[in-house]
Design a protein around this ligand. Structure first.
Ligand code: ADQ
Length: 489
C-alpha cells in the first residue's frame, strides 16, 4: 500500500472480536484498572508494520451506569480499544447461551450438553435472537468509528452475523471474517436450526478464513448443500457475487518465546525445575479446562502407560496445567471433578512417599513460568478431541531448540496439518494408542528427536502470527480490488 509519494501507508484495521484483549477492573466510580493480555492475536497485530490496529469488543464486565461507561471508554481509548457494552441479560443469552452452549460444542462435534438438551432446544429461538441483537450492537460501534479505507476483520463464532450487519449499513466496507474453531462437516452444521441464516450472514464478508483447508472445504460444502449455492475453487458464488474462502493457518510470535528463554528469571526457573525433576522425564499438558481439550482421555492414557510399564514408575512425571474456564457452568464443574478424581486415583495407585506421577494445577501460569516449563519438558501431550489449531503445540516447539523434546499431538487439532510430520500423531479417544505413543516418545533416539524437532521448529519460526495477519489482510485488500474490477468489466 503506497501513498502518492511512494512511501508505504499504514492502513487502519478495525479488529472486532467478542472480547477486547484487556481485562478491566473498576477501582472507583470513574476509574478503571486495565491489564492488557498478550494473547496470540495481540502480538500478531503488534508485529505488523503496514497497518494500525484498533480493537472493538466487549470488556468482559457489566457496566450499568453512564459515568462508568464514559470512564471505561476513555481509559480503553489509550490502549486503542473501543468497548461494546453488553448488559447481563444479553450476555446470558448471546454469550453463555448461543455462543458457548450451542455453537462451541456443535463446531467441536460434541453436540448439545447432555443435561439441558431439551431446555436448550426450547430456548434456541430466544438465544438466536439475542445473538443477532448482540452482533448488531457490535456493528453499530464499528459503524460509529469507521473511516473510508478501513479494513474490518471480524473474529470467531461469536460474530458470524456481523458481516451481514456491516454490509447492510455500508456495502463498501472491506469485511473479512476468520473462524478460530473448526468448521464442522456440513452434516453437523445441518442440525443447527439457524443453519441457513448464519451461512448467509457470513457470506456477506468479502473474505472468509479458516485455520485449515478441511474447515474451508466443510464451509463451502455447507453452502452448496444447505443453500444450494455454487462452490468454486475460489470460494462460494451467489448470483455472480463471489465470497472468497481460504485457509490461513495461524502461528505464534515465536521470537517472543525464544527471546524469553534468555532472560535471567526464566533461566533461574529452568534451573530450579531441572533440579526438582532430576532423574525423571517430564511430560507436560497445558490446556484450558474445556471438554474439547481431552484432559480426562489424556490422564487415562497415562494411567494405562503406567499400568503397562512398571519400569517407568518414579522415572516419569506428568505436569498438567489446566486453566479453569466457565466455572459457573455445571458441565464444566463436572469436568473439573472428573479430572480431579482421575488424578487422585492415578496418584493413589502409582505414587510413593517420595514421588507422585501427576502434578495437576488448576490455574493459569504467567508467560515466563510457562516458557521455563516448555523448555524443560521432554514430551508435550496435546490430546484435544477437536481444536481449531492449538497454539500450545507451537509454543512448546518454539521453546525446545536445546532439548528437542517430542510432541504427541491429536490428529483432530488443526496443528496436526502443520506439525504432523514432526509430531507423533494420535487419536485421543484411543488410550491404548496414546499410551504406546508415550512409550515411543520416551524411547526415541536423539537422532530421530532432532529430525522431528527440526521439521517443527522450522515451521513454527517461519509461519508466525505476524505473517498470518499480514497474509489475511493483504488477501482481503486484493479480494476487494478484484471484485471491483469484475464489476467494472
Ligand atoms: P484456545 O482454545 O484457547 O484458542 P490454544 O490455541 O491452545 O487454545 O491457545 C491457548 C493459549 O492459552 C495459549 O497461548 C496458551 O499458552 C495459553 N494457556 C493455556 N493454558 C494456560 C495456562 N494454564 N497458563 C497460562 N497460559 C495458558 C482458540 C482455539 C484454538 C486456536 C486459537 C487461536 O480453540 O484451536 O488455536 O483459538 O486461533
Amino acid at each position: 500500500w503506497e501513498g502518492l509519494d511512494g512511501k508505504p501507508v499504514r492502513q487502519r484495521l478495525l479488529v472486532v472480536a467478542n472480547r477486547l484483549p484487556v481485562s478491566a477492573h473498576r477501582l472507583k466510580e470513574d476509574s478503571w484498572a486495565l491489564e492488557i493480555s498478550a494473547g496470540g492475536l495481540v502480538s500478531a497485530l503488534l508485529g505488523v508494520k503496514e497497518f494500525e490496529a484498533r480493537w472493538i469488543g466487549w470488556a468482559g464486565v457489566n457496566v450499568p451506569d453512564e459515568a462508568g461507561k464514559k470512564a471505561l471508554t476513555k481509559a480503553l481509548a489509550e490502549k486503542r480499544c473501543i468497548p461494546v457494552f453488553l448488559d447481563e441479560e444479553i450476555v446470558h443469552q448471546y454469550y453463555n447461551g448461543y455462543c458457548n452452549n450451542i455453537l462451541w460444542p456443535l463446531f467441536h462435534y460434541l453436540g448439545l450438553p447432555q443435561e439441558d438438551r431439551l431446555a436448550t432446544t426450547r430456548s434456541f429461538q430466544s438465544q438466536f435472537a439475542a445473538y443477532k441483537k448482540a452482533n448488531k450492537m457490535f456493528a453499530d460501534v464499528v459503524h460509529e468509528h469507521y473511516e473510508e479505507g478501513d479494513v474490518i476483520w471480524c473474529h470467531d463464532y461469536h460474530l458470524m452475523f456481523l458481516p451481514k450487519c456491516l454490509k447492510e449499513q455500508n456495502r463498501n466496507m472491506k469485511v473479512g471474517w476468520f473462524l478460530h474453531t473448526p468448521f464442522p462437516s456440513s452434516e453437523i452444521h445441518r442440525t443447527l436450526p439457524s443453519r441457513s441464516e448464519l451461512l448467509r450472514a457470513v457470506l456477506d464478508a468479502d473474505l472468509v478464513g479458516f485455520h485449515t483447508y478441511d474447515y474451508a472445504r466443510h464451509f463451502v460444502s455447507a453452502c452448496t448443500r444447505i443453500l444450494g449455492l455454487e462452490g468454486t475453487p475460489e470460494g462460494v458464488e451467489d448470483q455472480g457475487r463471489l465470497t472468497r474462502v481460504a485457509a490461513f493457518p495461524i502461528g505464534i510470535d515465536s521470537e517472543r518465546f525464544i527471546r524469553a528463554l534468555e532472560l535471567p528469571q526464566v533461566q533461574a526457573d529452568i534451573k530450579g525445575l531441572k533440579e526438582r525433576f532430576s532423574g525423571r522425564k517430564v511430560m507436560l499438558g497445558v490446556d484450558r479446562l474445556d471438554m474439547i481439550k481431552g484432559i480426562p482421555q489424556k490422564l487415562l492414557a497415562f494411567e494405562k502407560f503406567l499400568e503397562e510399564n512398571a519400569h517407568w514408575h518414579e522415572k516419569v512425571v506428568l505436569l498438567q496445567i489446566a486453566v479453569p474456564t466457565r466455572t459457573d457452568v455445571p458441565e464444566y464443574q463436572k469436568l473439573t471433578s472428573q479430572v480431579h478424581e482421575i488424578v487422585g486415583r492415578i496418584n493413589g495407585r502409582f505414587g510413593t512417599i517420595s514421588a507422585v506421577p501427576i502434578h495437576h494445577l488448576d490455574r493459569s501460569l504467567d508467560f515466563h513460568a510457562l516458557c521455563a516449563l516448555y523448555a524443560v519438558t521432554d514430551i508435550a501431550l496435546v490430546t484435544s478431541l477437536r481444536d481449531g489449531m492449538n497454539l500450545v503445540s507451537y509454543e512448546f516447539v518454539a521453546c525446545q531448540d536445546s532439548k528437542k523434546g517430542v510432541l504427541i499431538l491429536s490428529e483432530f487439532a488443526g496443528a496436526a496439518q502443520s506439525l504432523g510430520a514432526g509430531a507423533i500423531l494420535v487419536n485421543p479417544w484411543n488410550i491404548t494408542e496414546v499410551a504406546a505413543a508415550i512409550g515411543q516418545a520416551l524411547d526415541m533416539s536423539p537422532e530421530e528427536r532432532e529430525k522431528r524437532h527440526r521439521h517443527n521448529f522450522s515451521h513454527v519460526t517461519t509461519h508466525t502470527a505476524q505473517e498470518w495477519a499480514e497474509t489475511f489482510v493483504s488477501e482481503l485488500n486484493d479480494t476487494v480490488i478484484e471484485a471491483q474490477q469484475r464489476i467494472r468489466k
